[in-house]
Each structure stands twice: as structure tokens, then as C-alpha cells.
Design a protein around this ligand. Structure first.
Ligand code: MN
Length: 227
């Protein structure tokens, strides 16, 4: 972009275990992908089609410190497994979807829950309750060639050592290949896209001083201190 009329910026990226960085193009998040979380948010977890919202790629960062977000008094970090795509496409069949995956990591879908509640009540968009500065903290990514495809295993979220969320990836309502396939029917997926795969039950508020640890078996923990 040699003719850019303002200064340009670096492509947001995530570090990769073993070296290198993964450029992040877009972030898609699955809503209510664990039945028990759907119930705690007041919804019937029958197998409705998945729904999605987005976060700007600039929201990715790896910590170690997270400034408590602005314009909220009720921040909920939703601990989720993230999937990074090396390939994309349209209308990707479920049985081909995993071929698109570069690797996996752990992320927090940071949510300004108070702002989201107001938006829901007023039937306004949720966008800025999910998309704000540093709204997508993520661990480093682990390539498929090293960890294989991550389809089950414990997902755990602790605050100051106390467990708040604990579930198994096999409790996702929509599996990773199903999610990729469905999303590719809505938009053309592209290399660099990242999917946050939804959170299990136990979401709750955190405060300044808290130390958050997101864990998925086989991946690097995501550890953040809120300042
Ligand atoms: Mn979420």
C-alpha cells in the first residue's frame, strides 16, 4: 500500500507454538454452543442452527495484562477454544471442513455483559458489547501437524485458582467441522479467519486484580491479570 494516504499498521497476529505468527483476518464467534450455557442465559438449548457474531481482528492480544475494559462494570470472560483457518471456501462440506484448520488455541470472548443486556432489551445490535479494545485475548496457536485435531478434552476456566467453568469440548452443540461448514454457507471463509467456538456454563464477572487462566487439554493455557 505504497499510495496509502495515512500511516498503515501491522496485521494483527497470534504467535504459533514452535515459531512464526498467524495473521488474523477476521474473528467469528459462535453463540450458545454448549447447552448448559444456553440455559443459564435463559434460552432453550434445543439444536437450533448456530448463530454468529464478530470481533475486529485488532482485538487479539496475548497479555499478560488486560486493562479492565471501559464503559462497563460487568465484564465476563467466556473461555473458549479457538480455531484458526489456513484455508477457506464457500459451502464447505462437513467432511472436508477440518482440512481448512491451521491450528487451535484458547481464547476469552470478553463480553461487556451489562451493555449486552441493554442491547438485548432494546433489540439493538450487540456489537460493541463484544467488540472493543483487547476484546479477544488468545493463547499461542498449536498447529494441527503437532497436536492433531482437538475434538474432546477438558476446557477449564479459573479465576485466582478457583474453577468457574469446566466442561468438555465434546459437549459443543455444533462441532468444529459442523461450525466451519455452516459458517461457510453464510460467508466465504478465508485464510486467517479465526473462530471462537463458544463457552460452557459458569460465565461470571471478573474484577481488577483477578488472575484468569483458560485451559484446554493439549494446548497452552491463556493467563491474564486484570489491571
Ligand atoms: Mn462466547
Amino acid at each position: 500500500m505504497t499510495d496509502s494516504v495515512i500511516s498503515t499498521w501491522e496485521t494483527p497476529s497470534l504467535p504459533v507454538a514452535g515459531g512464526g505468527s498467524f495473521p488474523v483476518r477476521r474473528i467469528y464467534c459462535v453463540g450458545r454452543n454448549y447447552a448448559a450455557h444456553a440455559r443459564e442465559m435463559g434460552h432453550d438449548p434445543d439444536r437450533e442452527p448456530p448463530f454468529f457474531f464478530t470481533k475486529a481482528p485488532d482485538g487479539v492480544f496475548t497479555g499478560p495484562e488486560l486493562a479492565y475494559p471501559t464503559a462497563t462494570e460487568d465484564v465476563h470472560p467466556e473461555c473458549e477454544m479457538i480455531v484458526a483457518l489456513a484455508k477457506g471456501g464457500r459451502d464447505i462440506p462437513v467432511d472436508k471442513a477440518l482440512d481448512c484448520v491451521f491450528g487451535y488455541g484458547v481464547g476469552f470472548d470478553l463480553t461487556r455483559r451489562d451493555m449486552q443486556s441493554v442491547a438485548k432489551d432494546l433489540r439493538r445490535p450487540w456489537s460493541l458489547s463484544k467488540d472493543f479494545d483487547d476484546a479477544a485475548p488468545c493463547s499461542q496457536l498449536h498447529p494441527v501437524r503437532e497436536v492433531g485435531h482437538v475434538e474432546n478434552g477438558t476446557l477449564r476456566f479459573t479465576v485466582n485458582g478457583e474453577t468457574r467453568q469446566e466442561s468438555d469440548l465434546n459437549k459443543m452443540i455444533w462441532s468444529v467441522p459442523e461450525t466451519i461448514s455452516f459458517l461457510s454457507g453464510l460467508i466465504t471463509l478465508l485464510p486467517g479467519d479465526v473462530i471462537m467456538t463458544g463457552t460452557p456454563e459458569g460465565v461470571s464477572a471478573v474484577v481488577k486484580g483477578d488472575t484468569l487462566v483458560g485451559h484446554v487439554d493439549g494446548l497452552t493455557d491463556l493467563t491474564l491479570k486484570i489491571v
